[in-house]
Design a protein around this ligand. Sequence first.
Ligand code: IMP
Ligand code: MG
Length: 190
Amino acid sequence: MSDKINVLIPEETVDAKIKELGEKISEDYKGKEVHLICILKGGVFFACELAKRITVPVSLDFMQVSSYGNATTSSGIVRIKKDLDDSMEGKEVLIVEDIIDSGRTLHYLIPVLKQRNPASIRLCALLSKPDRREAEVNIDYLGFEIPDEFVVGYGLDYAQKYRNLPFIGVVEPEEDNGEAQSEGKGETIE
Ligand code: IMP
Ligand code: MG
């Protein structure tokens, strides 16, 4: 059982965009330090590549959240599975996320994190699917707007697979995978 994956954004294009985002962030945070909060697991590949392109001092922390939903959609009920290790008080926080889809996860999370008194809080996302938005989220730094298609690669998974692809691809499940997909109902997505 294998899925066909079509390239949506090639590796070189993703890498060039991350370099561009890193330069912009370095410029905007000149004279400051930036505290990156990577949202696990999907944000991890992007956060590492981005961190390498930022020239101001960088610290890193990780948070894992899950939304209760089926295999491909979020319900908006967000649970913190792994909280941050360090305090964010007084820090210039930049949240790094793989994709903003319905927007529900970050719409919930940003106000929660604001209560922890960072000096500032901004959001950087590699991808956004504006057509899917249900909850408002302001994305300060965005890689690419993409159409309403389920994508994998660069940290994004389909049933925990394909995170390691170095490009953004669209999964075309085989016909007999339809059953496997509906069995995903009620699982948590990250
Ligand atoms: P939200 O709908 O904006 O709350 O996004 C919830 C989470 O769903 C994202 O952080 C991703 O981990 C996941 N997600 C949304 N769209 C995709 C996709 O196309 N591929 C893989 N994961 C996705
Ligand atoms: Mg995610």
